[in-house]
Design a protein around this ligand. Structure first.
Ligand code: NAD
Ligand code: MG
Length: 302
């Protein structure tokens, strides 16, 4: 595992390195974090808790792995109980749940296909049964399929990408909204691809553009209720989404040359999670309809 001090803290003790990853591919989507080499880094070992989310309840979709897992760990460290909705990666999900329990907070797992409207109601029902409240909704799950031409995007792929990545954000928000209160927050995960586009991810990046505008429109519609809606647009981050979608060799330069990231490296999930904490907590009380950009320095238009 690449030592975390290569990214943060104790910089004087190490050389800056440009990370490359060993070629690897997983055939199914979603991918599995426990099969990744090296494993993503989910927590900042130097983090201390300020209890910014004390006794809040957060639903995090796709919280079993990758960015969602890092967000779940940070929210738990900050005092929140966690509901993790995910498709079917039970080994990853149980590992995440176990660590949240070790951090001293409660966590329930709700597996199921969020592209189906009824699943959103099930997630909300389970959250209310266990915790009696919902304060934070993080819409974060997604799939991405690499294609070399729009002509190769099948109707099935288009349906799966849009139903999973954006329809479900509507469903989750519709299901949770009746229980959100003044001070509650919604955070949507979009992507740098919403701003830059990506010729291999035409359908995926279109859903990420939709999430961006969904975030802005929803923020305006909920501002009078005192519910803030913001988004996070990560750059290339080392998560299961990557080996589950790109060809094995593409990962060797992931986040470096090909993606023209100024920091010339991929990010780790723990480097993205604080953006979600900021947007979930009262620290961002004067922000709604905005997007944060943990992306290694890529300049976006807004
Ligand atoms: P990930 O694979 O760890 O997380 C995606 C999760 O989505 C999976 O854990 C899976 O359980 C869930 N999911 C997929 N289909 C589902 C379905 N039908 N029903 C329920 N859950 C489903 O990968 P990640 O990179 O952490 O992805 C999290 C978010 O970050 C996604 O929205 C992704 O688009 C976004 N993002 C990732 C990157 C990156 O480089 N990793 C960059 C920009 C944006
Ligand atoms: Mg997963």
């Amino acid at each position: 595992m690449y030592p975390v001090y290569k990214y943060i803290g104790k910089r004087e003790e190490c050389e800056e390195v440009n990370l490359t990853f060993p070629p690897q591919h997983q055939d199914q989507q979603p991918g599995f974090e426990y099969l990744m080499q090296p494993r993503p880094i989910s927590e900042n070992p130097y983090a201390t808790s300020s209890q910014k989310l004390k006794d809040k309840v957060a639903i995090i979709t796709g919280g079993d792995s990758g960015i969602g897992r890092a967000v779940a760990y940070l929210f738990a460290r900050e005092g929140a109980d966690i509901v993790i909705a995910y498709l079917d990666e039970h080994i990853d999900a149980k590992e995440t749940q176990q660590h949240i329990l070790e951090l001293g907070r409660d966590c329930i797992l709700v597996p199921g296909d969020l592209s189906k409207k009824e699943m959103a109601s099930e997630v909300v029902r389970r959250a209310l049964n266990r915790f009696g409240q919902i304060d934070i909704l993080v819409n974060n799950h997604a799939v991405q399929f690499i294609t070399d031409s729009i002509l190769n995007i099948s109707e099935e792929q288009l349906d799966r990408t849009f139903k999973t990545n954006i329809y479900s954000f509507f469903y989750m928000t519709q299901a949770a909204l009746p229980y959100l209160k003044r001070g509650s927050t919604i955070i949507n995960t979009t992507s740098v691809t919403a701003y830059e586009g990506n010729k291999h991810l035409i359908d995926y990046s279109a859903t990420k553009g939709a999430i961006l505008t969904f975030t802005r429109s929803l923020s305006q519609s909920l501002v009078e209720k005192g519910i803030r809606v913001n988004g996070v647009a990560p750059g290339p981050i080392w998560t299961p989404l990557q080996p589950a979608s790109w060809p094995a060799e593409a990962l060797e330069t992931f986040g470096t040359k090909t993606s023209k990231v100024p920091m010339n490296r991929a990010g780790q999930p723990f480097e993205v999670a604080p953006a979600f904490l900021f947007l979930a907590s009262d620290d961002s009380s004067y922000m709604t309809g905005q997007i944060l950009h943990p992306n290694g320095g890529t300049i976006t238009s807004t």
